[in-house]
Design a protein around this ligand. Structure first.
Ligand code: CUA
Length: 349
């Protein structure tokens, strides 16, 4: 029975690894706890059987190997063992049925709508190469569109997910929920954010050259701050709020702010440089036209249009629909002006 001892020790190590090491990102939604529990239950039940079966196989390979003098001989002709066969069919069957039922019940529970009378926030998510956009169609006081995903804590959120061009996949690892965004249909899932903070919205389906850049931010805030943010959006966006540093700048400062915006973005939208190469800003994005090649001779009005309404712009290397049509909405007016000033000055160099 050394076999049993090895098996038990290995099993203990397996369970310890599965339980003691924290493999996961933080749990930022109630669904995350349930999903992680399913994972742990599956690990704890499957590791012992994996170890047991592997140990028996390795033992048999060694114990019943061909020894000197046995070359070319057949082994003893062993017929079936009804008892053994019943055991090794019944145990896995029972286990599989139990685990499937458990996983099914968990999945059903985490997809369940909140009880009648409890609020649910509807968020429309649209994926396109290479950005996510969000809309709050049922917001009190008028629908709101945003490049940034803001959610209230402790409220059930239903995401309705669409894609404009190819298949993307909407994923927030901290929520543990993920689903394909497929052109032509609407997919959905629910989460109830349970932790204040900021996490990444990731595209988890290879969708083109800018796939790795298709990352944005989700921020979970208190209900009060969420309401205030919605109201601010409805009142005309951040332009009314002054737009931060870009609001007061002029001249050379403006170009410097534009350069930072170009290379790093404003925390809300993907930076220009993520998709566009521009040597002055030190960026090398390849999804969109290389601006070193195409900027010369553009007027400020044309530059503004290319940012606000990209599908009207024509440039070498330009493909209609790749740049998010609402990119301009992610910038305040002063930010847009700073970007245009910067691009204009860079083109003139
Ligand atoms: Cu969108 Cu990958």
């Amino acid at each position: 029975f050394p076999l049993m001892v090895i098996g038990l020790v290995a099993t203990a190590i397996g369970i310890a690894l599965g339980l003691l090491i924290d493999w996961f990102p933080v749990q930022a939604a109630t669904q995350a706890e349930d999903v992680d529990t399913v994972y742990h239950v599956l690990i704890i039940t499957s590791v012992p059987f994996f170890v047991l079966v592997t140990t028996i196989v390795l033992y048999c390979v060694w114990q019943f190997r061909e020894r000197p003098g046995e070359e070319g001989l057949d082994g003893p002709n062993v017929h079936g063992s009804t008892g053994l066969e019943i055991v090794w069919t019944a145990i896995p069957a029972i286990l599989l049925i139990a685990l499937c039922s458990y996983a099914y019940v968990t999945l059903r529970d985490i997809e369940e709508a909140p009880a009648a009378g409890e609020p649910e926030l509807i968020v429309e998510v649209t994926g396109q190469q290479f950005a996510w956009t969000f809309a709050y169609p049922e917001a009190e006081g008028g629908a709101v569109k945003s490049a940034e995903l803001i959610l209230p804590k402790d409220v059930s959120v239903k995401f309705n997910i669409k894609a404009l061009d190819v298949i993307h996949d909407f994923w927030v690892p901290e929520f543990r929920m993920k689903i394909d965004a497929v052109p032509g249909i609407t997919t959905s899932f629910r989460v109830t954010p349970s932790k204040l903070g900021s996490w990444s919205v990731v595209c988890a389906e290879l969708c083109g050259v800018g796939h790795a850049l298709m990352r944005q931010k989700v921020t979970v805030v208190s209900q009060e701050r969420f309401d205030a943010w919605l109201a601010r959006k409805q009142a005309g966006g951040k332009a009314a709020a002054g737009g931060g540093a870009a609001g007061e700048a002029d001249g050379g400062d403006k170009a410097a702010i534009g350069k930072t915006l170009f290379a790093e973005g404003n925390g809300e939208a993907t930076a220009c440089g993520a998709c566009h190469a521009l040597s002055d800003a030190g960026t090398s994005g390849a999804a969109g036209p290389n601006l070193d090649d195409v900027l010369q001779g553009w007027t400020p009005a044309q530059l503004t249009e290319a940012i606000v309404d990209p599908n009207k712009a024509i440039a070498e290397g330009f493909t209609e629909g790749i740049m998010p049509a609402n990119y301009g909405e992610t910038l305040t007016k002063p930010e847009l002006a700073a970007l245009v000033t910067y691009l204009e000055e860079t083109a003139a160099k």
